[in-house]
Design a protein around this ligand. Structure first.
Ligand SMILES: *Cc1c(COP(=O)(O)O)cnc(C)c1O
Length: 353
């Protein structure tokens, strides 16, 4: 069914492989972040074929769809107290910052006679999740070490998420120093220092070994860019996901609406430039499914003019006639947000290449 997302599993496998090989040389383990494609099992398998053995998602409902044989399942969003039972059931590992949650999780794991691995989050200044106060961190770590069914396996941080704070040698060095201090204080060794997401990748470009050794990567695998500056990374494929839509109307019309201009369907007052008569195409997709700003037509001779909830309007004036008829397919390159939105819309189908 159209509209649908064309998913290139070979390119995703290749991205996973290229990224993992590169990071391995820097001494860094990588978890594939699956929330952007709702942990679609075919995509998870392709990334597994690329060599990745950690899968991370913000929701246990998505982790539930991942076969444990694919690797370790890591929960990204610090859990609600009310969901610890589900976390205990479907996650092997999680990011944590509150003792009350850890305590409840320990009890839930005891009931299932299993152990769960924990990364304690440290807030380096982006001001989303994580310990900010060192005393709080050390006090929680002490209690965590005494928990029977939780295994403390390291520290982590999250940057460029709320505050837009970039990862740098300086702030990641603070994460490393805090981790070493914890290790010395408790006379333990912590296997993982998880230094963020795709925005930390630019720091690995030199291929040099780092003291931090774990990254959670969504963007780079699915759209081929690092997230600090949005630059192409390692020559990864940029077109693993392509949106396919269908033309439902193709007519010559003026470029400026006729009549007094009030507000559009979204309460905005639009402005128009007169470009004369155009061949205007309507494709059957709208802002309910995806934001047109997150799409780019594959055909450079075509331009998005706008969209309401269920219709997207394109300028097809410069197209070949065969590309501009009712029933013609129109393809779009998608950014990270577009993939996330279309994979959570129940009106958009998927086809695997
Ligand atoms: C979504 C998410 C990521 C992945 O971020 P990308 O920029 O897509 O690599 C990493 N860590 C956490 C905690 C997340 O929620």
């Amino acid at each position: 069914m159209v509209p649908r997302v064309r998913v290139d599993l070979k390119k995703l496998e290749s991205n996973a492989h290229t990224l993992r090989e590169h990071l391995l040389r820097c001494g860094i383990e990588v978890a594939s972040v699956t929330k952007v494609f709702g942990a679609d099992p075919k995509i998870v398998e392709a990334i597994h074929r690329g060599g990745i053995r950690f899968f991370a998602d913000s929701r246990w409902q998505n982790l539930q769809r991942i076969d444990p044989a694919m690797g370790k399942r890591l929960l990204l969003r610090i859990p609600m107290l009310s969901e610890v039972e589900m976390v205990a059931k479907y996650a092997d590992m999680s990011l944590q910052s509150e003792w009350r949650v850890l305590q409840a999780l320990d009890e839930a794991m005891a009931a299932q006679s299993k152990t769960h691995e924990v990364l304690l989050m440290i807030d380096l200044g982006d001001l989303r999740e994580g310990f900010f106060d060192e005393e709080d961190l050390f006090a929680t770590a002490e209690k965590l070490l005494r928990s029977k069914h939780l295994r403390w396996v390291g520290t982590g941080t999250n940057l460029t998420c709320y505050g837009g704070v970039l990862p740098t040698r300086e702030n990641l060095d603070r994460l490393v120093r805090t981790t070493r201090k914890l290790e010395e204080h408790f006379r333990i060794s912590l296997p993982w220092i998880a230094a963020g997401n795709s925005s930390s990748l630019y720091l690995t470009e030199s291929g040099k070994k780092e003291e931090w050794n774990f990254l959670r990567i969504g963007e780079a695998i699915v759209v081929g860019t690092e997230a600090a500056f949005g630059q192409p990374y390692l020559g990864l494929h940029r077109d693993c996901f392509v949106l396919e839509t269908e033309v439902v109307e193709s007519k010559r019309k003026p470029s400026v609406p006729i009549g007094e201009i009030g507000k559009n369907a979204f309460g905005e007052t639009p402005v128009f430039e007169d470009e004369g008569e155009q061949l205007r195409l309507i494709v059957a997709i709208g802002r309910q499914d995806v934001d047109p700003l997150d799409l780019e037509p594959l055909n450079p001779r075509m331009r998005i003019l706008g969209a309401s909830s269920d219709h997207m309007i394109l300028d097809g004036t410069h197209l070949e006639e065969s590309d501009a008829q009712v029933g013609s397919r129109v393809l779009f390159n998608m950014n990270y947000r577009a993939i996330l939105r279309t994979f959570t819309s129940s009106y958009i189908d998927r086809v695997y290449l």
